[in-house]
Design a protein around this ligand. Structure first.
Ligand code: ZN
Length: 360
């Protein structure tokens, strides 16, 4: 099968497009014919390499994917039939069989540890990600555990199905679960062009909150305003914390959604209201900014870590997308053979929403 994969850590030169062995559906696995995949910042981490993240090469990239079930491995049908479900349209479209349109939850958990046992799969001691620890979705086929496949919402294209799982799951848990966002609250979302932050904007609006966003691009602020952001700030030109004070009558925001870290961290501490919450899921701009502990205790801020989401979170997102309450934002679609060009667009931060790969 054709696939896009990395052969070592490095820049664009380590990405290859070519033939890789078609995976087999092992015990409990499902083999999926991928029709669309998408890009995440994770793909850049895997390619570039980060300390403490050992990667086996060659590694097919890609956490998100959607397509059709080609084959069920031994025992997979039983696993699919026994999966717990939140009910609603997701349950109604089960059980899944060969030929069914599906999308993937990129988080893989062991199903046996104490965290899995209490339904917190994203705290699993053996938590792994498709496209990082195992071969990913930038390929014609991928083999994943049966518990990772979910029915694709009716009427949603494969491109849209591949565009939302990782970022909507991550943003849902940040905003609704860890961030406990309530209707009428105010939210600051840093760097609104990124996949997680644009998803967080949509999820916060859907929850009935008022949202302010930041960007270094007028075009991205305009897009965010079209979606429903009440206020946009150029972080490269304006004092974001000051803009937040003006916007909230000096009070600060109830929730800050920070997937950036670095210099934005300090802004988050200034912008958050007394007794407010800051939820962090990433540090693309730096993982070790000044902690400013005095600010945290004096304002009694809840600093909340968040990563991916559990099965309940995934099904909650899927129900919202199925109902049309949340719609994936697609920036652009590249053919799989041009995965390198797609990565360049991601790396240049030229995108708004998700960059998708079509798999012929
Ligand atoms: Zn586990």
């Amino acid at each position: 099968m054709n696939a896009a994969f990395v052969v070592a850590h490095g820049g664009p030169e380590v990405l290859r497009y070519g033939v890789r062995p078609t995976p087999a559906a092992g015990r409990g696995d499902v083999l999926v014919r991928i029709r669309a995949a998408s890009l995440n910042h994770l793909d850049l981490w895997v390619r570039n390499g980060i300390p403490g993240l050992p990667i086996q090469f060659p590694r097919i990239l890609g956490a998100d994917g959607a397509g059709e079930i080609l084959e069920l491995g031994d025992g997979a049908a039983e696993i699919l039939a026994a999966l717990p479900s939140a009910g609603g349209p997701v349950r109604a479209r089960r059980p899944l069989e060969a030929g069914a349109r599906v999308l993937l939850n990129p988080g893989l958990s062991c199903g046996r540890c104490e965290f899995c046992a209490r339904g917190e799969e994203n705290l699993c001691i053996r938590y792994r990600l498709v496209g990082e620890h195992v071969d990913g979705t930038w390929a014609e086929c991928v083999a994943v555990p049966a518990a990772s496949v979910f029915p694709a919402p009716d009427g949603l294209s494969f491109e849209a199905c591949a565009a939302f799982p990782l970022v909507f799951l991550t943003a849902w848990r940040m905003v609704r679960v860890r961030g406990r966002l309530a209707p009428g609250e105010t939210v600051l979302v840093h760097g609104v062009g990124g996949g997680v932050s644009s998803a967080a904007l949509q999820i916060a609006l859907e929850a009935g909150a008022r949202v302010m966003v930041t960007s270094s691009s007028d075009e991205k602020l305009a897009r965010a305003a079209e979606i429903g952001a009440e206020r946009g700030v150029r972080y490269d030109r304006e004092d974001v914390a000051l803009a937040v004070r003006e916007w909230t009558s000096k009070r600060g925001v109830d929730l800050v959604v920070d997937s950036v870290g670095g210099p934005a961290w300090s802004t988050s501490l200034d912008a958050v209201a007394r007794g407010g919450r800051i939820v962090t899921c990433g540090a693309t701009a730096g993982g070790d900014p000044p902690a400013r502990i005095q600010r945290i205790f004096w304002k009694q801020v809840d600093v909340l870590g968040s990563t991916m989401g559990n099965r309940r979170d995934f099904e909650a997102v899927l129900e919202k997308v199925s109902a049309g309450a949340l719609a994936p934002l697609i920036d652009s679609v590249f053919p799989l053979a041009r995965a390198g060009d797609a990565m360049a667009r991601l790396e240049a931060r030229a995108h708004f929403g998700k960059i998708v790969l079509g798999v012929p």
